[in-house]
Design a protein around this ligand. Structure first.
Ligand SMILES: NC(=O)c1ccc[n+]([C@@H]2O[C@H](COP(=O)([O-])OP(=O)(O)OC[C@H]3O[C@@H](n4cnc5c(N)ncnc54)[C@H](OP(=O)(O)O)[C@@H]3O)[C@@H](O)[C@H]2O)c1
Length: 304
């Protein structure tokens, strides 16, 4: 399993402008590690920002700029509606070309760490573990499931390859515009619409970064999952924000996600996953969802 690899080798973050990729690259650099974080934006291109467009494999360089210990594949068309609207174009990016890139990296001895999603599961039951049947219920989930399968086939074809898949539920950045908007509305006594049929099992991006660093540090192959320890819905998040701001909870208007126009496809009933395997492997504990929200609320701009 690539024992000649040392943790000092540079990391490759594919998708350095993504929420997770940017946070990961920053944390790795802060920890003294060398990081190449790819971009598809000409203006961001630089020595540690190689250009890489997953839609244009014909432009990829013959060889990577360095030999990497781990490659964290964060780039994707990650919006459900974008995948729904353009299933073919997004399949090329999220599956075909991503897997071609992963194959090249694995052939160089680089650990491939792929970020997947709870959306590969149908969400009919809470707490599925890694052995649960993969039954995606939307186009994005179908693509992530196809990518997982292809990477597992790759690992089977190349016994020396180290392929790690981390399925994530909703990842929250330190500042979420939705909560800022809600807080503004509540502070002005205006109602907020919050979906009762959208599950939220949030994990902070900092915890995802920690998980990725540990999976890379241990060079651990396999399939892992990370979500919060309990799930709530967006209306419950709205009520929690009311408690935090001492706002009137009557201002929360429970709505249905599709009818309200938030998403085109009915969201899965459950997004929570069993995260026990990750906890046992690298000590990352599933967080309390309300504590995750409290940390975000603490970052809200002050209201008079
Ligand atoms: N956020 C979540 O809640 C969540 C949950 C589960 C799994 N995930 C997975 O975790 C990964 C990271 O998520 P995220 O929320 O950090 O993603 P994100 O912020 O939506 O960023 C996606 C990135 O992919 C890049 N990208 C899109 N098309 C590309 C292409 N053709 N070539 C190269 N790059 C391309 C985008 O580049 P530009 O910035 O230039 O547009 C963007 O930086 C994704 O694979 C996502 O599916 C995320």
């Amino acid at each position: 399993m690539g024992s000649s690899f040392s943790n000092d080798l540079p990391h490759l973050v594919v998708g350095g402008d993504s929420m997770v990729g940017a946070a990961l690259a920053a944390a790795l650099r802060q920890g003294g590690q060398t990081v190449h974080a790819t971009t598809r934006r000409q203006e961001s291109h630089g020595p540690d920002r190689p250009l890489l467009d997953l839609a244009r494999p014909q432009d990829w360089p013959e060889a990577f700029p360095a030999r990497y210990g781990a490659a964290h594949i964060c780039a994707a068309v990650a919006r459900l509606d974008d995948c729904f609207r353009d299933p073919h174009g997004t399949h090329a990016i999220n599956v075909t070309n991503m897997v071609a890139l992963a194959r090249r990296l694995a052939a160089d001895g680089t650990q491939v760490i792929f970020l997947s999603t709870n959306q590969v599961l149908d969400g009919s039951l809470p707490f599925p573990d890694e052995t649960a049947a993969v039954v995606p219920s939307n186009v994005y989930g179908q693509q992530k499931a196809a990518a997982e399968r292809a990477l597992q086939d790759l690992a089977a074809d190349m016994p020396e390859a180290v392929v790690t898949i981390l399925r994530l539920s909703k990842v929250l950045p330190p500042h979420l515009p939705l909560f800022t908007d809600w807080a503004d509305s509540l502070a002005q006594g205006r109602p907020i619409d919050a979906a009762v049929d959208m599950s939220l099992a949030p994990v902070p991006v900092s915890l995802v970064v920690d998980a990725l660093r540990r999976l890379a540090g241990a060079r651990l192959p396999g399939l892992f999952q990370l979500s919060s320890a309990l799930e709530i819905d967006y209306a419950a998040a709205g009520y929690h924000l009311c408690r935090y701001l001492a706002a009137d909870p009557v201002l929360v208007r429970p709505v249905r996600a599709v009818a309200a126009g938030y998403v085109l496809e009915q969201p899965p009933r459950h997004t929570i996953m069993d995260s026990g395997k990750l906890a046992r492997a690298v000590g990352i504990q599933a967080p309390d969802p309300l504590a995750v929200l409290d940390d975000l609320f603490a970052n809200l701009p002050p209201h008079p």
